[in-house]
Write a protein that binds this ligand. Structure first.
Ligand SMILES: O=C(O)CCC(=O)C(=O)O
Ligand SMILES: [Fe+2]
Length: 347
């Protein structure tokens, strides 16, 4: 510790050179999205400012008044529970490795979000925008597009997932409008880029890890998300933790009637890291099964992702080369999913 002398005595200072530190967050803000549906200009602007502050300081916020019907959410949990309870063979029949467009079932331990770990202790079902097989983009090989695949049962699963997708997409559009306000881009900046989104919906099941836990094999290893933002529904079983800039894990417990929204790496790139894609992980030690529903909102496959001019300038050069949404997401899937891993080069 260095000492700085002031007229009011000495002050201790950690020696971190000249770079200022981001204040480590200890709390996650709650933002009311009601104004994004019919609120006045000033109220929507206030939502944008709250989002801006949350994305700069924390990278996560809780959202109230999403417009998503609680009945749709409850029905999706019911369907997810029934799906994961199916025999393994029924789930494996739609294994994601058989899909050309990243749809289907991901068994326990086949994903590894933290490259230093040994696989994530969750199973998942992945779906995304329904695009017909003869669509021009599908035929052109834009491999995040295409038809969904569905399991043989349980009754109501497909309808619940489709209903949830439609509603959460509408909430996501509101969030994009709030982000655009937050970034001073004009409220509808993102609208043309989310007409055929690479947005993915998953349901997750985490068994409870009771007794001693190997810290290299937890529900979902430490990671940041890939897309623009994630909208997460967690039921009532706590597990999610966020890493602050002091390297401490902060709990993000379920709060009834909210979603958690967090910035993904694509938005962090777009904003030159002004918005933080905060690292997080999940460990279910509750003694109960845990289910959660993340929706990863990526824009259209061909949307260019290049640092916004408002987020770079003299003394603050763009840190990231331009890419496109689709290429960026695919490159991240390649690192994470066992079925996409390229075989090692022969020695
Ligand atoms: O289930 C959770 O609480 C977190 C899930 C998550 O971080 C993810 O799927 O990227
Ligand atoms: Fe995540």
């Amino acid at each position: 510790m260095a000492l700085i002398q002031t007229g009011n005595g000495a002050r201790a200072m950690a020696s971190t050179g000249l770079s200022a530190q981001t204040v480590p967050f200890t709390e996650i803000p709650i933002i009311d999205f009601a104004p994004m549906a019919g609120g006045g200009d000033a109220a929507r602007e206030a939502v944008g400012l709250a989002v801006r502050e949350a994305c700069i300081k924390v990278g996560f916020f809780y959202a109230r008044n999403s417009g998503v019907s609680p009945a749709t959410v409850a029905e999706t949990y019911r369907a997810a529970r029934n799906f994961f309870a199916l025999p393994l063979a029924t789930k494996q029949a739609i294994h994601i490795g058989q899909s050309t467009n990243h749809r289907g079932y991901v068994p326990l331990l086949e994903e590894n979000t933290d490259p230093t770990a040994r696989g994530d202790l969750h199973e998942a079902f992945d779906m995304a925008l329904e695009v017909p097989a003869d669509d021009a983009d599908v035929l052109a090989g834009q491999s995040l597009y295409g038809p969904n695949v569905w399991p043989d049962g349980p009754p109501g699963f497909r309808a619940a997932m489709n209903a949830y997708y439609a509603e959460i997409y509408q909430f996501g559009r509101k969030i994009f409008r709030a982000f655009a306000i937050a970034l001073d881009l004009g409220e509808y900046y993102f609208e043309p880029h989310i007409t055929k989104p690479t947005a993915q919906l998953r349901v997750l099941h985490y068994p409870s890890q009771d007794g001693p836990v190997d810290d290299r094999q937890i529900g979902i290893g430490a990671h940041s998300d890939y897309e623009c933002f994630t909208i997460l529904s967690q039921e009532d079983v706590p597990a999610l933790q966020l890493l602050n800039s002091a390297g401490q894990w902060v709990h993000a417990p379920p709060i009834p009637d909210t979603f958690i929204v967090n910035v993904g790496d694509m938005m962090a790139r777009w904003t030159n890291d002004i918005f933080k894609s905060t690292v997080h992980r999940a460990i279910n030690r509750s003694g109960r099964e845990r289910y959660s529903i993340p929706f990863f909102f990526g824009p259209n496959f061909t949307t260019p992702v290049e640092v916004f001019p408002t987020c770079a300038g003299p003394g603050n050069p763009a840190k990231y080369p331009p890419t496109t949404a689709g290429q960026y997401i695919l490159s991240r899937f390649d690192e994470t999913f066992a079925y996409r891993k390229k075989p090692a080069e022969p020695a």
